[in-house]
Design a protein around this ligand. Structure first.
Ligand code: HEC
Length: 175
């Protein structure tokens, strides 16, 4: 019994050998499905945003259940920072960076919440829940209405208040 189990295990181990890396002879080539599961970056222009939809009104419920314990009621901050602000909050000795004051683009907010939040259980929200809670954060900042539908088409079009607040680094590149 044990021997035949070992043989099976050996047979299973030898299968992926063909796809091992030619240099180090370990691992196996990533399949398109492996790559798709990790290819979750969302660009400023909305590249990578999946299908789905949500409104701030729906997001308020997601927020109360999954975010408020750390980020405070209505995004005003608690243990963790809040989300509401305007670019003028960046002036002075203690600049306050929030989604409203600092983030230059709206679409990457979807990617960030999708991969990193809730902080203690990332990856649990559905795509619609991510759209709706992002809509809620944008609504708290006065950028969209409560019932505006946020999806892959509408989200990248939202102009963030600090969109033009970033300047190119003037230092020369180091070779
Ligand atoms: C258990 C606590 C916790 C929960 C619950 C939580 N967060 Fe967070 N959140 C954090 C922490 C900690 C950070 C800072 C992470 C870092 O800097 O790497 C953060 C950062 C963020 C940021 C970035 C803020 C900025 O201005 O850069 C956003 C946006 C965010 N969270 C959204 C959410 C949303 C939406 C939910 C609910 C779906 C949520 N969080 C639930 C702890 C939490």
């Amino acid at each position: 019994m044990l021997n035949s189990f070992r043989l099976l295990a050996l047979a299973a181990l030898s299968l992926p050998v063909l796809a091992q890396s030619p240099t180090y002879h370990v691992g196996r080539a990533a399949t398109p499905a492996d790559i798709a599961a990790r290819d979750i970056t969302v660009g400023p222009d909305g590249t990578g945003l999946p299908a789905g939809e949500g409104t701030a009104a729906e997001g308020a419920v997601v927020y109360a259940n999954r975010c408020e314990e750390c980020h405070g009621p209505e995004g005003r901050g608690a243990d963790q920072g809040g989300f509401i602000g305007k670019p003028a909050d960046l002036l002075g000795d203690s600049p306050k960076k929030t989604v409203g004051s600092y983030w230059p683009y709206a679409a990457p907010l979807w990617g960030y919440v999708d991969r990193a939040m809730p902080f203690d259980r990332p990856g649990e929200l559905t795509r619609d829940q991510v759209y709706s809670v992002v809509a809620y954060i944008l609504h708290l900042n006065g950028l969209i209405g409560e019932n505006d539908k946020l999806n892959a088409e509408t989200l990248p079009k939202i102009q963030m208040p600090n969109r033009d607040g970033f300047v190119p680094d003037p230092r020369p590149d180091t070779p």
